[in-house]
Design a protein. Structure first.
Length: 122
């Protein structure tokens, strides 16, 4: 079974190169986690039980980042939101495999930036 969760960027993404103080990252963390939580909850209506052993692929569209692995901070917050929504059992390595992050670059306006999370059974 496959579930695809699609939502717009709630705010600017945070990369692992971000050198701001940790307190200034609390607001973006909350926005990313809440957006993933509510979109996962809305788009998984009718899901009989939470996914257990899955592969998770996160695709960012419309951003200009050179290295996809720098988005690991934001990806972690997205997975946390999906776990909080009850779509995933847990975010430990026993339950999910986070596949390499994909970045699809487009020259869209800022409001067209999206995140797609694909969850598939292993």
């Amino acid at each position: 079974m496959t579930l695809t969760i699609f939502f717009p960027h709630p705010c600017e993404h945070v990369t692992s190169n971000d050198r701001r103080p940790w307190r200034s990252l609390l607001a973006p963390k909350r926005e990313w986690r809440d957006a993933a939580h509510w979109h996962a909850k809305a788009q998984s209506v009718g899901l009989a039980k939470p996914f257990d052993n899955v592969n998770v692929q996160i695709t960012y569209t419309g951003i200009m980042v050179r290295d996809a692995h720098n988005l690991s901070v934001t990806s972690k917050w997205i997975v946390d939101g999906i776990v909080a929504a009850g779509v995933l059992v847990d975010d430990s390595d026993d339950h999910i495999t986070l596949l390499p992050t994909r970045v699809v670059r487009h020259r869209w306006p800022i409001h067209r930036r999206t995140v797609t999370v694909t969850i598939e059974d292993r």
